[in-house]
Write a protein that binds this ligand. Structure first.
Ligand code: UDP
Length: 192
């Protein structure tokens, strides 16, 4: 289910309800993009129709940010609790480890994605990390090849918003993964 906050679609489900939907799409090879919606993005999108359309084209918009919950409550909506980008990533990774789906981490400064991957495999020993790549490689074809040769089901892109969402939308037709999430500064957070 979705509801509109300032003209932007936002999913009303919690983590437990979203995970089966995301993984069902992986199993049926339906590509999907998860974007995190916070008040900062809503304010930017208010005056930027292209950004608003980009956010609305994503298959999933998670309510990241207490302001989104408050806005929903004020309009008697159904969004009950926050679904943050970094926690959603953690839940996806946990489910990936459980179901044998592999992940790829693309973005952040050199070394950060590898460090984040190490933290994740410490936490989830069964996790398959298909590869990592920093977010400053200028040769797009090299990036696409690296991801496609690694064949991950899930791609996390950490290049800040909306750069990461634009990148995913531009390239996903030519990419192997089925599930995409733009995760902003999450690799930096994970890497510590
Ligand atoms: N970044 C990147 N490539 C770029 C620009 C930024 O990989 O061309 C990375 C940057 O190193 C940082 C992340 O993108 O790890 C941006 O994090 P930020 O917290 O600014 O994103 P937000 O969560 O605010 O969208």
């Amino acid at each position: 289910m979705k509801e509109q906050i300032l003209g932007v679609n936002v999913n009303t489900e919690n983590y437990d309800e979203l995970i089966p939907k995301l993984f069902a799409n992986i199993d049926t090879k339906k590509k999907s993009l998860v974007v995190a919606i916070n008040p900062e993005k809503l304010m930017k999108a208010k005056d930027d129709p292209a950004l608003k359309a980009l956010l609305n084209r994503a298959e999933f918009q998670i309510p990241d940010g207490i302001g989104v919950i408050i806005a929903s409550k004020l309009r008697k909506g159904n969004i009950e609790s926050r679904v943050t980008g970094v926690d959603m990533m953690d839940r996806i990774v946990r489910e990936a480890a459980k179901t044998g789906k592999s992940i790829f981490l693309y973005g952040a400064k050199p070394g950060v994605a590898e460090a984040a991957a190490r933290k994740l495999t410490d936490t989830y020993p069964n996790l398959q990390v298909a590869g990592t790549l920093d977010g400053y490689e200028q040769d797009t074809q090299k990036v696409l090849n690296a991801i496609n040769e690694a064949k991950p089901e899930i791609l996390f892109v950490a290049m800040g918003s909306p750069k990461q969402e634009l990148w995913i939308e531009q390239h996903r037709d030519n990419l192997y993964p089925t599930l995409y999430q733009g995760v902003g500064g999450s690799f930096d957070v994970l890497a510590g």
